[in-house]
Design a protein around this ligand. Sequence first.
Ligand SMILES: [Zn+2]
Length: 418
Amino acid sequence: MSKNTISGQRQMDFVSKFNYIREAGTPSEEKAASLIREELKSFGMESHIEEFSFDTWEITKAELTITEPYHKTYQATGYQRCGSTAKEGTEADFLYVENGDDISLSHAAGKIVMVNEIVRKDLYLRLIKAGVAGFVSISGSPVDEGEDRIPRAAAIPQKVYESLNEKELIQGVGVHYLDAVEMVTEGAKKAQLTLIQEEVKRTSRNVEARIQGTDRADEILTLTAHYDSVPEGPGAYDNMAGAAIIMEVCRYLKEHQPRRTVEFVWFGAEEKGLLGSRHYVKLHQQELNQHRFNMNVDLAGQLVGGNVIGVTADPSVCAMLTYLARETGIGMTTKNQIWGSDSNTFAWKGIPAMTLNRDGFGMHTHYDTVELLSAWSLERSARLLAHIAESLSDIDSMPFPQNIPEEFKKQLDEYFGV
Ligand SMILES: [Zn+2]
């Protein structure tokens, strides 16, 4: 098997088996894990599962009703991990505060406020400080119809949740752009917001397969990709395509035994906050000092796009990867920074890491299906990654410093909320 036998079509066939939503902790994610193992077995690779549990929030009721000067209940999506309102909801004056600037928020105490953006850590804390009674966020656009009319929300980060006591928590829901326009136009003055949720335990799992090295076997390289999806869509681009690319590289390296040990990991629950990789580094703590480089893939496979490698390591790694890419003739650029994917977890533990990424359309939406993927693109990405992985597994000594620049260490500590 030469690199010419790396197949985009085989990757397309593989991804096609997963054209369903694989939210972490659900039976469909579990089914995907067994399909990955079956694929590995089909070319003689042993694998095993590492299970872990996580807490999540199940929303049983999310509702927003404007009660004055008219009465209408709007479609709403609840924010997770921010507590529950009373059963009958919270009723208060309603105020649109746009971007949540200081001037707007100075009138917000005791009110249910509506903001333009999905509420994350900083805005959530600002809203609490302003003394609001609840919040409503806006998502979508004026041209949406059908499924796109479903509003979006988020989960308040675990660290923020833990830092607050029950009484400080404020509850929120998301509404759609067009409904938000109606509320303001119709002069919404009073609203009733109801959010009921409960904490539940779920189980997710990583799939691992290892190719033992020859004379450098005590040094470990990892090739990783998450296989879970968000609940909004079947995540072909994000990230079954990445899962397919490392599967193809696994086939290739199995036929070209590497000098270093190469471990392949398909992570669960990435979309819940990199939970799979965080479990992995905990479980494999003893072995981490043998890890030399993490090659992660997240977002891949669409035809129109460009390859970007996010490098969380010494800047010289960018030059090295560019050199290796030049050997293949496959275009790419690098960005030397932390990256919001599982490579961050490795870098946080001091292991140089990268994420191979391709820009594309429809991440975290119902549009993210296999129909938008391309065998041409998958083949090229797998060839590029196979070349990088093979070169690094066979070189005499690792051609870059085995540490993480100080500024990234700080950013990673902040990212992981340390
Ligand atoms: Zn992803």
